[in-house]
Design a binder for this molecule. Structure first.
Ligand code: IDP
Ligand code: MG
Length: 151
């Protein structure tokens, strides 16, 4: 399946603290994904709990909520053909020590919890996460270079 999709991506507080926001955005931009939403916020506990609700029973859950609410994150929405899986490939495996070099976590991460970035893992999570983080909606715009990104 090759569908036009929008995915939710977030630079986590460790990525912001380490000054990797520009580096991370650059990778999505130069890949050919289209930016349709961007904002920096300090997530509330409520927002973090909603976002990571699926992990509620996991032993790392409380630490994860504390981490995500510890400072600014950069929330983004990126569009493109198969954008959800493309973003996950750019991001790399959850554990930075196992992530392949060339991926964001593989190039910059050494930890499983502090792994710099989040990306939606499927169509359902992408739409619920986009609704959660961008309740105002994302942008509709025509990119002039589109015809040079897709044949
Ligand atoms: P993902 O972000 O690669 O999709 P998930 O398994 O969905 O990984 O876990 C969500 C987030 O929870 C991870 O990105 C990471 O920050 C944190 N996490 C996952 N597993 C562990 C763990 O074993 N210890 C600490 N934190 C973890
Ligand atoms: Mg996940």
């Amino acid at each position: 399946m090759s569908d036009m999709q929008t995915t939710f991506v977030m630079v986590k507080p460790d990525g912001v603290q380490r000054g990797l926001v520009g580096e991370i955005i650059k990778r999505f931009e130069r890949k050919g994904l289209k930016l349709v939403g961007l904002k920096s916020i300090i997530p509330s506990e409520e927002l973090a709990e909603e976002h990571y609700g699926v992990h509620k029973e996991r032993p790392f859950y409380n630490g994860l909520i504390g981490f995500i609410t510890s400072g600014p994150v950069v929330a983004m929405a990126w569009s493109g053909i198969d954008a959800i899986s493309v973003a996950r490939i750019i991001i790399g495996a959850t554990n930075g020590r196992e992530a392949i070099p060339g991926t964001i976590r593989g190039d910059f991460g050494m930890d499983i919890g502090f792994n710099l970035i989040h990306g939606s893992d499927g169509e359902d999570t992408a739409s619920s996460e986009l609704a959660l983080w961008f309740p105002e909606g994302t942008m509709e715009w025509n990119r002039d270079i589109e015809g040079w990104v897709y044949e």
